[in-house]
Design a binder for this molecule. Sequence first.
Ligand code: PHB
Length: 405
Amino acid sequence: MPKKQNSTTTRRRFLVGTAATTGLAVAGGVLPTRFAIGAMAPIKIGILLPYSGTYAALGNAITDALKLRIEQAGGKLGGRDVEYVAINSEMSVPKAPTNTEKLIKKDEVDFLVGPVHSGIAAVMAKIVGKRTAPIMIVPNAGSNAVTGPLCGKNIFRTSFSNWQPAYPGGELMAKEGHKTAVTISWKYGAGIQMMGAGKEAFEKNGGKVVQEILIPFPQVEFQAHLAEIAALKPDAVFAFYSGGGATKFLQDYAAAGLKDNIPLYGPGFLTEGVTKAAGAAAEGIKTTLHYADTLDTDANRNFRSAYQAVAGRGADVFAVQGYDTGSLLLQAAAAVGGDVSASADVIKAMEQATFPDSPRGDWHMSKAHNPIQDIYLRQVVNGEQKLLGVAAKQLEDPATGCKLV
Ligand code: PHB
């Protein structure tokens, strides 16, 4: 029975570490109480994120900021040292089951942090959701299913659902007076769900999507599709790309002469973390997302300067999600005095976690374990995601099909 085996071995590691370093009598049935936390075996955090390919920058930002947050709190979780075991997901859905099983069964991680990619998220959630441990924290992937039909007691998300930033993006396009639009994205969970949410909102507000273009992930041959858009002459284009693919799309869109004629919209991933690489091709684009660089809080300013100092690059939403994953882990581990094998208590602490110092502003977990958060309207100005306003206040994903709700 893998479930039992896993929690038993986790507890064993907890006890062995304690006994070995504090001399507590475990064999005689004297269990260490939670006061002995300073000397226990490290808490293991398994990480499955992309460190190569089009989403490499996202994986690096999440990892750097997660570690930063834990370092800022003294480098420990609930008084215990932390060990990271990271695997490059390579954004490969076929490799996701093996990678996930390795972290759970071989590395016996206490927490599983990942992924970036919606397709991998669904695979991981199916594996983790059948168990009581480890607890999975999704620091990016927006797969609606993960906090919908695949939701689970031990599955949490610190980022967004694909519906959340996309729906207000579709509303924005309609509010700005556009009547027709073409949607364009990669053909996989994230692209399909974000384009679906944007289309729904646009059409509910009087718009009409005249063409939906989906290209295989992670291809970046946009020329033929841009020619099709030029011929269709919609009022606006609604797109989801991210990472290296977003940079290429923005550059090709501008080079095709479309930028000044057909305004580009989308969930904010389109311009997030790529403004430096995309340069003028990103300037002026308005998007909706749960973060903006210029959010005027001490928490955001402090985070941005601390992240710049350790990572050597500017913070973005992916770093914020990694940082808040660290905050969630800190609160959960503190609540159980480091005994993270007490899953029910860890889960309760995660459900009740608060994020008053999140760089994105205050948010909390929904019943489906997904952030209830503000979605901002931003615009790229001089390479920065400038805050223009709040597009949707404390937006909650509908969590359709989640049995926890
Ligand atoms: C996803 O696959 O869920 C995904 C990937 C990159 C993003 C956002 C969502 O920027």
